[in-house]
Design a protein around this ligand. Structure first.
Ligand code: FMN
Length: 169
C-alpha cells in the first residue's frame, strides 16, 4: 500500500500532527507540503491536513479537496484554536467533508492547536465581544498539540491503515 501525508501549516501545529501521522504509518509512505502534491493517483490512501481558518479549510485546501480527491480514499486531519468539544467544531468539519464529497473519506482527526500570539493579541484588542470570547476560548490551547495529542494522531493513522487493509483483503 502506498500512502501520502500532505498538509498545509502556517504556524507549525498541523505540521506536527502530520509528522505524527507519518510516524504511525508502517507502509510505503511519503510526506509533503500540499504545494508540492501534484495529484493523488499513485497513492492508495492520502491523509490531508490543514488548520481551520475562518471556520473552514484555508482557500487553497478547499480548492484541493474539491478538485483533486474524487474517487480517492482520503483521511482528513485538522487543527483549530477552539477546544475539541466547542460546539461549532463539528459544523466546520461537516462543511469541509462536504467539499470532498466525491472522495471516500475513511476518517477524520482534529485537535486543538495553539493560536499565534499575533492573532491572540488582535482578537483580544478587538472591539467585537465575539472576538474577545473566541480569544478566551482559544487560551486553553497554549502548548497544543502536546505529546498526548500527537500520540492520538499516531494511533489514528494506525487505525485507518488497519481498516483499509481489512477492506482490501
Ligand atoms: C487567520 C486565522 C483564522 C483562524 N480561524 C480559526 C477558526 O475559525 N476557528 C478556530 O478554532 N481556529 C482558528 N484559527 C486558529 C488556527 O486554526 C490554529 O491555531 C491552528 O492550530 C493553526 O495551525 P497551523 O500552525 O498548522 O497553521 C485561525 C488562525 C488564523 C491565523
Amino acid at each position: 500500500m502506498k500512502v501520502l501525508v500532505t498538509y498545509v501549516s502556517q504556524t507549525g501545529n498541523t505540521k506536527k500532527v502530520a509528522e505524527a501521522i507519518y510516524d504511525g504509518i508502517d507502509e510505503d509512505k511519503q510526506i509533503m507540503d500540499m504545494g508540492e502534491a501534484t495529484g493523488l493517483d499513485e497513492y492508495d490512501l492520502t491523509f490531508i491536513g490543514f488548520p481551520i481558518v475562518q471556520f473552514n479549510a484555508p482557500e487553497d485546501v478547499q480548492k484541493f479537496l474539491t478538485t483533486s480527491t474524487a474517487g480517492k480514499d482520503i483521511a482528513l486531519f485538522m487543527t483549530h484554536g477552539a477546544p475539541e468539544d466547542a460546539g461549532p467544531v463539528s459544523d466546520w468539519i461537516s462543511t469541509i467533508r462536504n467539499l470532498a464529497k466525491g472522495a471516500n473519506i475513511v476518517g477524520t482527526f482534529n485537535c486543538q492547536g495553539e493560536v499565534s500570539q499575533k492573532i491572540m493579541d488582535m482578537l483580544k484588542s478587538s472591539s467585537d465581544p465575539q472576538m474577545q470570547a473566541f480569544a478566551d476560548m482559544c487560551a486553553s490551547g497554549k502548548g497544543q498539540p502536546d505529546e498526548a495529542k500527537l500520540q492520538k494522531a499516531r494511533v489514528f493513522a494506525k487505525d485507518i491503515i488497519s481498516q483499509k487493509k481489512a477492506w482490501t483483503e
